[in-house]
Design a protein around this ligand. Structure first.
Ligand code: Z5A
Length: 212
């Protein structure tokens, strides 16, 4: 199987937030976006799945409990299609314009949820996800690490994936931590139990370092 070495955009900055449910990704992505705009940067705040018209359809299918059971491979391909469109229509054009792109979830979510969670072959899955994204890698992935039993209590309603077992979410957490440990230069792992502002400052420090 072909190896994917990873492609890092030479223009712009690509930052990704990853982590389990309720870890605070959306909260921190918004805060980082606001502060970088105050610093004078042009920021594109985006997310997976669902930030393109096609992606919104994919999001509805994969997350709506009314969808019911899907074959694991079907689910993985729907996420991959969302990523392909997202990179093509949103992420790459913004990076080529020299902007900061902040995405709430990316390829690591596929490796963690469809790989460790659903137990699909991770090498095969990674091949599909890397192919879909032209192997574009974030300059930095911020992993907000949280015990799943805590994260799941931050919500009242559960979608198709949030409704999975605690063991499923534990495997997802371990997979995220494993990805971060394998590539420390491109990850910032933070304890998501910390105060929102403390986390935001740690993220901003690291990102400002990359921008200077
Ligand atoms: N998925 C996948 O399987 N494969 C893939 O390739 C991709 C995704 C890309 C997307 O769901 C689902 O798709 C996701 C993985 C799967 N699984 N599920 N379900 P989503 O986009 O609807 O939701 P999410 O990405 O899981 O995010 P989230 O669960 O909505 O949470 P969050 O963004 O991490 O947290 P938040 O919305 O910022 O905060 C949640 C609450 O916690 C809120 O009330 C905050 O005020 C509070 N909060 C935030 N930070 C803190 C701190 N530090 N302390 C205390 N309370 C806090």
């Amino acid at each position: 199987m072909r190896d994917f070495p990873g492609f890092y955009s030479e223009s712009g900055l690509f930052v990704c937030f990853e982590g389990g449910e309720g870890a605070g990704k959306s909260t921190q992505a918004r805060r980082l976006g606001d502060r970088l705009r105050e610093d004078g940067h042009v920021v594109v705040l985006t997310r997976e799945p669902g930030d393109t018209p096609v992606g919104a359809e994919m999001r509805r299918i994969v997350l709506d409990p009314a969808t019911g059971e899907l074959a694991d491979r079907t689910e993985a391909l729907l996420y991959a299609a969302d990523k392909a469109e997202h990179i093509h229509a949103v992420v790459r054009p913004a990076l080529e314009r020299g902007e900061v792109v902040i995405t709430d979830r990316y390829v690591d979510s596929t490796l963690a949820y469809q790989g460790a969670g659903r137990a699909l072959d991770v090498d095969e899955l990674e091949w599909v996800a890397r192919w879909a994204t032209e192997d574009l890698r974030p300059h930095l992935t911020v992993l907000l690490d949280l015990e799943p039993s805590t994260g799941l209590t931050r919500f009242e309603e559960r979608d198709r994936i949030e409704g999975e077992s605690l063991e499923f979410h534990q495997r997802v957490r371990e997979a995220f931590l494993g990805l971060a440990a394998a590539d420390p230069d491109h990850y910032l792992v933070l304890d998501a139990r910390d105060d929102v502002e403390k986390i935001a400052i740690a993220v901003l420090d690291r990102v400002r370092g990359l921008l200077s």
